[in-house]
Design a protein around this ligand. Structure first.
Ligand code: ATP
Ligand code: MG
Length: 640
């Protein structure tokens, strides 16, 4: 298919405006910020005390006011959240409901002694009370720190201890894959001995009695006695809105701190540009609110725009892999935003599953979290979008707050290329540089950097300015280091090639993991692939690949190995041919669904796997370990 078959967009942003937005990004964002409601206008758009940015200095704003109060006059009765539980239970929460509950819970937090600047840890499953708690914090200027409800007590404790939260909000249970998780038990274990924790608010969901300790109180009891009038605090634009720990794909999670005015400006604009949101849309983002995608594009983005969205508690493949398509049809979802990992999981099974649904309400598809392989992109476009929905592949990070590279159909017309995130959003300066920080010519691989501050930029790492400087600003002078490897083609389109930490260096060549993995998953029998380099005395590094087969594949392993080698040899070059290919049933992933290549590398190099607190399923490590040992033994046997 030629490039023009993927032409999208309704907007008419011209090249000149785009160029101006890049050269004078401060004026550009100054205008964008005016789209929000401010209590007091700012006096200075940006103070850039490198590497610390302060946006909209002197301005006063409130995130809950901009997501709730502003909608009460015209769309109070409009559903904000259409919630569905894994067992099929559903709830509709209108903008009026949300407003009332947020005010009430804000008063609850005040009654528990929470003041402006205090931290509140939220350990809740995907239920409406989760955004309610976040917005209640925002209303009174407390800093929320959401921890994904799948984390263990030890990981949770680290995060609570780091943020020194006075209040914890949790539920008795969460439901996942047909069983219930004892969240309250995990909280109790995680806070034992943490004396700074004063109160635990528990949302009771299950039947039966719940043992309450001295710090515990029940959500509904506190809410019953609480007033629904709560004036929003007038907060400085730079007042911290939340701390969120990164996914931990490349190492120990970092406590990213975000502000208010800049962050909201970034989300307000990007949500409109990328999704071209209309009043009639039904938006569905599958991310858990425990991750940044959930913060930005389940909570703040859609609610700023008064959108209606689906919130689903449960996993996408329970009771089976038709679950998501069923939700799309039943609710008439128009915009669907998910991850490459989820798409590869769906592709693993027969297309008769999605094909048995209409999916006719869809008009726009999005993806985020990992590079999307061109093969997966095409499948998404054809099988889910029926060749009529544009795909917005959005590159961004917890640290960037919102999208940074993405097609923007709500703003401009652009031709898509499967596997490319296209171009930077206007008002940013993003490029690819070499090891010394020099900008590279097009079609040359290098490090993705951001050269100017942007409004959604993190304030710092919580309590650790030094680490903030070290991690993001020490590799290159005055350039934000993203940690990703990329290439910009001659049309100015960006292609993400993988993590800079995972780059393969073979005989003087640098190859991104995504290049090789995309080549491997283009084989009809391969559902997922992950590659890593291991030290080799002669070549410096050799490549090993771990692959997961699709369901019902009949290929014989040795034949399949040959075919895969062939695909890589022809597609990328002989230099990139993996020395070994392992077949596994599961790849090690973070709880947010990202492949942890460093774990594979450690196993294949016989080294310690390091910090795996964010690992989703330790069975995957065993699985990889076994496949590795098995093949090593077979090779040894062959040799002797
Ligand atoms: P940690 O920084 O702790 O290792 P993490 O980087 O996985 O964790 P996130 O902030 O959740 O934490 O993920 C951001 C990263 O996800 C990006 O740096 C990039 O590697 C990857 N990513 C996100 N979106 C895309 C995309 N559209 N294409 C390619 N990669 C993407
Ligand atoms: Mg990261």
């Amino acid at each position: 298919m030629g490039m023009n078959s993927y032409k999208i967009g309704l907007g008419n942003l011209d090249t000149k405006t785009r160029r101006n937005a890049e050269s004078d990004n401060v004026s550009f964002w100054n205008e964008e910020a005016k789209k929000l409601s401010w209590f007091k206008p700012w006096t200075k758009t940006l103070v850039w005390n490198s590497p610390f940015a302060k946006w909209f200095i002197g301005g006063e704003i409130n995130a809950s006011y901009n997501t709730l109060d502003v909608h009460q006059d015209n769309i109070a009765k409009k559903p904000a959240i259409l919630w569905e539980g894994e067992d099929g239970t559903s709830r509709t929460i209108t903008y009026a409901d949300l407003y009332t509950d947020v005010c009430k819970f804000a008063n609850v937090l005040k009654s528990l002694g929470i003041k402006k600047g205090d931290r509140v840890t939220i350990y809740l499953p995907m239920v409406p009370e989760l955004p309610i708690t976040m917005l209640a914090c925002a209303r009174i200027g407390a800093i929320h720190t959401v921890v994904f409800s799948g984390f263990s007590a030890a990981s949770l404790r680290d995060r609570i201890d780091d943020s020194k939260s006075k209040v914890i909000v949790t539920a008795d249970v969460g439901y996942r894959r047909g069983s219930s998780m004892d969240l309250k038990g995990i909280i109790d274990e995680s806070i034992s001995g943490l004396n700074f924790v004063e109160h635990v608010v528990v949302l009771k969901r299950a039947e039966g009695n719940l043992q309450l300790g001295p710090k515990d109180s029940l959500w509904h009891e506190l809410m019953n006695g609480s007033s629904d009038k709560c004036e929003p605090e007038h907060l400085e634009s730079t007042h911290p809105l939340f701390i969120l720990y990164t996914s931990g794909t490349t190492g120990k999670p970092k406590g990213v701190l975000h502000g208010t005015g800049g962050y909201l400006t970034h989300l307000n604009s990007t949500f409109q540009w990328a999704f071209d949101i209309k009043d009639s849309d039904i938006f569905f983002c599958t991310a858990d609110i425990g991750w940044v995608t959930g913060h930005s594009y389940v909570v703040y983005g859609p609610l700023l725009h008064g959108a209606t969205e689906i919130m689903y508690e449960g996993v996408p493949d329970y009771p089976d892999t038709s679950r998501i398509w069923d939700i799309i049809d039943r609710y008439g979802v128009t915009i669907f935003y998910t991850t490459p990992t989820a798409l590869r999981m769906f592709m693993k099974f027969s297309d008769t599953i999605p094909n048995s649904f209409k999916l006719s309400s869809l008009r726009l598809l999005g993806t985020v979290g990992e590079p999307i392989n061109p093969e997966v992109w095409r499948w998404y476009f054809k099988t889910i979008g029926k060749s009529k929905c544009p795909i917005v592949d959005t590159w961004w990070q917890t640290e960037t707050g919102g999208m940074m590279l993405s097609p923007l159909p709500g703003l401009e017309t652009i031709s898509l290329k499967p596997g490319s995130v296209t171009r930077p959003i206007p008002g940013t300066d993003i490029t690819v540089v070499d090891e010394q920080g020099n900008e590279l010519p097009s079609n040359t691989k290098g490090y993705l950097v951001i050269r100017k501050p942007w409004p959604g930029m993190l304030l710092t790492l919580w309590g650790d300015d030094e680490k903030y400087k070290n991690v993001y600003w020490s590799k290159f002078e005055n350039n934000y280091y993203s940690g990703d490897y990329a290439i910009k083609d001659s049309d100015g389109y960006f292609w993400l090639l993988g993590r800079a930490d995972d780059i393969l260096k073979v005989a003087g060549h640098r190859i991104g993991t995504a290049e090789l993995e995309s080549s491997l998953v283009s084989h009809r029998d391969i559902a997922e692939a992950a590659v890593c380099g291991i030290p080799d005395e002669i070549k410096g590094e050799v490549i090993v690949a771990f692959t997961v087969l699709k369901e019902n594949t009949k290929n014989e392993p040795s034949l399949l190995r040959k075919e895969l080698m062939e695909i890589v040899r022809n597609g990328i070059g002989p230099i990139a041919t993996p020395q070994q290919i392992y077949f596994v049933t599961k790849l090690p992933k973070t709880r947010s669904g990202k492949i942890m290549r460093r774990v594979l590398k450690a196993i294949a190099s016989n080294e310690n796997v390091g910090d795996i607190s964010t690992l989703e399923d330790s069975a995957a490590v065993m699985d990889v370990q076994n496949a590795f040992t098995e093949l090593q033994n077979a090779i040894r046997k062959n040799k002797s």
